[in-house]
Design a protein around this ligand. Structure first.
Ligand SMILES: Nc1ncnc2c1ncn2[C@@H]1O[C@H](COP(=O)(O)OP(=O)(O)OP(=O)(O)O)[C@@H](O)[C@H]1O
Ligand SMILES: Cc1cn([C@H]2C[C@H](O)[C@@H](COP(=O)(O)O)O2)c(=O)[nH]c1=O
Length: 221
């Protein structure tokens, strides 16, 4: 896998603990001689970061929110993700399309069929793949944590943004949205039990990536 780009995403409800492992993941791949592009959604380009500020802070209806999320994603894919994968880099991305189906779809209750259409539109006419092929991560680490525990972890940790301020019922729906996405694509999703200590969570990540052959020279291939 070392000559090909690797698209690895981290997903989960707010406070599940994904971001706590980005430094170690980056170091792990770099130690294997890989070039790592670390990025996030919404965001990852100047335009997408501007849209992120609106999405995370401004009240808006679910369609507006979805359109902005996909506009940011389009720019991110075209400017950053596809060029990096074409170079053979590891793209380490904090959230991607699964988050839209979990947050805008399951969380907000927005129409999943419309989200699928927007997903196709946001990826139309890209250079690297045939028009019918959607860019998806090769591997998605899904940090699965009960919303009540995530809320406890976030309490007092930082000023909550628009999503983090949502009630626990919202995050129950988002968590179910992730579970549904994981069931529908079990080969891509790696469930991480995020209720464990940071050290135990990291051991799960290393072990899963090794077993799947994602870490060159360490896996079963
Ligand atoms: N395994 C863990 N056990 C206890 N606390 C943790 C654990 N992992 C992370 N935390 C703490 O929980 C809080 C949320 O962690 P982190 O920011 O990594 O979550 P996140 O999933 O990236 O959240 P968000 O998506 O909202 O940015 C932080 O205060 C972090 O220090
Ligand atoms: C990609 C994406 C993200 N969101 C939400 C999920 C989070 O609450 C924020 C991002 O904050 P983080 O601290 O960087 O995780 O945005 C969303 O609602 N829809 C999306 O597609």
């Amino acid at each position: 896998m070392s000559d090909q780009g690797l698209f690895l995403t981290l997903e989960g409800i707010d406070g599940a603990g994904k971001s706590s492992h980005l430094d170690a993941l980056e170091a792990l791949f770099k130690a294997q001689g890989r070039t790592v592009v670390r990025t996030r959604e919404p965001g990852g380009t100047p335009l997408a970061e501007t849209l992120r500020g609106l999405i995370l802070e401004q009240p808006m209806d679910p369609l507006t929110e979805s359109l902005l999320v996909f506009a940011a994603r389009r720019d991110h894919i075209v400017q950053v993700i596809e060029p990096a994968l074409a170079r053979g880099d590891v793209v380490l991305c904090d959230r991607f399309t699964d988050a839209t189906f979990a947050y805008q779809g399951a969380g907000r209750g927005f129409d999943l069929a419309v989200l699928s259409t927007l997903e196709q539109w946001a990826q139309a006419g890209r250079a690297a793949l045939p028009a019918s092929t959607l860019l998806q991560p090769h591997v998605t680490l899904w940090f699965d944590l009960a919303p009540e525990i995530a809320a406890q972890r976030l309490a007092g940790a930082r000023v909550p943004d628009k999503f983090e301020a949502q009630p626990v019922e919202f995050f129950r729906r988002v968590a179910q949205g992730y579970a549904d996405r994981a069931s529908a694509d079990a080969r891509r999703f790696v469930r991480i039990d995020a209720s464990q200590t940071r050290e135990q969570v990291w051991l799960q990540i290393e072990s899963e990536l090794t077993t799947r052959g994602v870490l060159a020279g360490r896996g079963a291939g």
